[in-house]
Design a protein around this ligand. Structure first.
Ligand SMILES: Cc1cc2nc3c(=O)[nH]c(=O)nc-3n(C[C@H](O)[C@H](O)[C@H](O)COP(=O)(O)O)c2cc1C
Length: 171
């Protein structure tokens, strides 16, 4: 089975997971892929970061599902949130219909957060979020964790997290 890992990564976390997955499967890997780069593969794995509840670059797959029919498709999203079911399910519901979720493997792999590695635009967005978090009367543990990460980058990425995805691809 010809397999490719395609991905988009702004600050390197998704890239790290994409490289681990490609290494484990001994398959091709392509950053910022276009449809023509992936169309000839049997198994297409796509990874992108979570940005304000969106899935960076996933339209490459979700807008082209008709042209990719018959292929095994696997998605992985990389964010800084802890990956709790009640937070991730609404995200996946925005990306895929319930029917698509049955046929398309979808995984969350926890990345990290490094303010210094953000683009100018993302720095502005995150400064606005910081002000909002600082003004909260009752911040949650996650809010406080994110606030702390502005000064000290956090990296939760771990090769062990790709285990379920690899099993899904190989089964
Ligand atoms: C503007 C902005 C918005 C973000 N929104 C989310 C989010 O909604 N959920 C989440 O879990 N992480 C969010 N993050 C954190 C990124 O998803 C996280 O840093 C991820 O590891 C980035 O992966 P990448 O470097 O491969 O793009 C956000 C980060 C930025 C800069």
């Amino acid at each position: 089975m010809k397999t490719i890992v395609a991905y988009k990564s702004k600050s390197g976390y998704t890239k790290k997971y994409a490289q681990w997955i490609a290494q484990e499967l001994n398959c091709d890997i392509k950053e910022n892929a276009e449809l023509s780069d992936i169309i000839n593969y049997d198994v297409i794995i796509y990874g992108g970061g979570m940005y304000a509840g969106g899935f960076n670059g996933a339209k490459l797959i979700t807008k082209n599902l008709d042209r990719l029919s018959g292929k095994k498709i696997v998605l992985f999203a990389v964010g800084s949130n802890p990956g709790r079911e009640h937070e991730m399910q609404p995200f996946w519901n925005k990306v895929l219909t319930a029917e698509q979720q049955k046929n398309i493997g979808h995984f969350y792999l926890r990345g990290g957060f490094d303010f210094s590695r953000l683009t100018k635009g993302d720095k502005i967005l995150m400064k606005m979020l910081k002000m909002r978090l600082q003004s909260l009367k009752n911040p949650t543990e996650d809010d406080l964790g994110l606030l702390a990460a502005y000064d000290n980058p956090v990296d939760f990425s771990d090769k062990a997290n790709i285990k379920d995805l690899i099993e899904y691809v190989l089964k």
